[in-house]
Design a protein around this ligand. Structure first.
Ligand code: ADP
Ligand code: ASP
Ligand code: MG
Length: 406
């Protein structure tokens, strides 16, 4: 007998019919003699609607209250799934984050799980209950509800699996597994049977939202293998595991894209010590995460400085930079929200050169201009115009030999 953690995402619980489908899958696993703990997301679209409603009340809703609101999405589905299982004569119990003892820090909207006191879950499982936990939420040291950042139910599931020492952690979603590129953008993307934590960490950090990045970090730290698969069929999905020597090491394993980035440029900045600190300290103190940074040197002791921020933080960052530009005597500040980042990723890149030139030539052939570049030992990212995103992903996918056979 095994202890299995199953997480079902928003599209898998989008209506009562799909919740019934989930209940049947859970029941089947339970009937096979396994203990089952389910982690559930809100119905697809519900979290977006709640965020939108809060936005109609205030530009900056109180973060504590926003978390109380957002947590209701998962509260609803947890209760509905437990009820459905009960109506099928299975002993199911729903638990909210605080009832499941999911303890987090106080960072409302982006809280980190500190630990999970698994006592209550374990006691219920021992009596052969199916435990249904509301994902995406926890409780801080003040007893307040917190949420874990968008896509956070993945992290709830992996953390619960780690805390319980589960035999397996299955993430059920609306695609058959992890692909070489987003299958909804790149029709020739191939499903991967297995991928290493490190590659998945890179993919998640560069736009592949199939797993929240923190869930992968958690899985790596506690060595929890994750099985990503579809809730709509019985196909085997993709295993996310530790890198091992036997793993096929292609130079490039995936292409990712990210659209929710914006660019800000400060023109003719005085080229003096301390200026970069003046430009970046206020926005990082305001909680804005700066991603790529480029500095060009001009003649006459001046530079242009360009950087990217999440689109959601663009207006805030722009307002701050306009003030800073005046203080430091920069000539102008301008920005662009219509950009995207495309990246190629692969641990095999460590030992190969030439990946960058293939990437740049492939984009050039399609007349796609590259405005920023950043690299690490296992990835290269380019910022391009947003309207070329899909085209760029597809041509890069082909250029690196990743296309599925017809
Ligand atoms: P859930 O609601 O189940 O958590 P998400 O929408 O968060 O599902 O994640 C699944 C989506 O991730 C897919 O529908 C797909 O569009 C997207 N995705 C992006 N990159 C990839 C990839 N490389 N492989 C699979 N899916 C991907
Ligand atoms: N419901 C939350 C979201 O939409 C968490 C999740 O689905 O993982 O981001
Ligand atoms: Mg998700």
């Amino acid at each position: 007998m095994s202890l299995i953690v199953q997480k079902y995402g928003g599209t898998s619980v989008a209506d009562l019919e799909r919740i019934r489908n989930v209940a049947n899958r859970v029941a089947k696993t339970y009937d096979a003699g396994n203990d089952v703990v389910v982690v559930i997301s809100a119905m697809a679209g519900v979290t977006d609607n709640l965020v939108d409603m809060a936005g109609q009340i205030s530009d900056l809703p109180e973060k504590r209250e926003l978390d109380v609101l957002l947590a209701t999405g998962e509260q609803t589905t947890a209760a509905l799934l437990a009820m459905t299982l009960n109506s099928m004569n299975y002993p199911a119990r729903s638990l909210l984050g605080h009832q499941a003892e999911v303890r987090t820090d106080c960072d409302h909207g982006n809280a980190r799980i500190l630990d999970i006191g698994a006592d209550r879950i374990q006691a219920l499982v021992k009596r052969r209950n199916i435990v249904v936990i509301a994902g995406f939420q926890g409780c801080d040291p003040h007893g307040d509800i917190t949420t874990l950042g968008r896509g956070g139910s993945d992290t709830s599931a992996v953390a619960v699996a780690a805390a319980l020492g589960a035999d397996s952690c299955e993430i059920y979603t609306d695609v058959d597994g992890i692909y070489t590129a987003d299958p909804n953008v790149c029709p020739k993307a191939k499903k991967l049977n297995v991928i290493s934590y490190d590659e998945m960490l890179n993919m998640a950090s560069l736009g592949a939202k199939v797993l929240q990045i923190r869930s992968v970090g958690f899985a790596k730290k506690y060595n929890v293998p994750i099985h990503v698969r579809s809730s709509f069929n019985e196909e085997e999905g993709t295993m996310v595991v530790n890198e091992d020597a036997g793993m096929e090491s292609l130079i490039v394993t995936s292409v990712t894209h990210e659209k929710n980035q914006a660019r800000i440029t400060l023109k003719k900045v005085p080229d003096q010590p301390g200026v970069a600190a003046k430009i970046f300290t206020p926005i990082t103190q305001a909680g804005v995460i700066v991603d790529m940074i480029i500095q060009n040197t001009r003649a006459g002791g001046q530079t242009d400085l360009t950087f990217t921020v999440p689109t959601a933080d663009y207006d805030r960052a722009m307002a701050l930079e306009k003030k800073i530009a005046q203080e430091i005597g920069a000539e102008d500040v301008f920005g662009d929200k219509n950009i995207a980042k495309v990246s190629v990723i692969g641990v095999g890149m460590r030992n190969h050169s030439g990946v960058a030139s293939i990437m740049f030539n492939t984009l050039a052939k399609e007349n796609i201009n590259i405005s920023m570049i950043s690299t690490s030992e296992i990835r290269i990212s380019c910022v391009i115009e947003e309207k070329y995103t899909e085209l760029a992903v597809r041509v890069l996918h082909t250029a690196f030999g990743l296309d599925a056979e017809e």
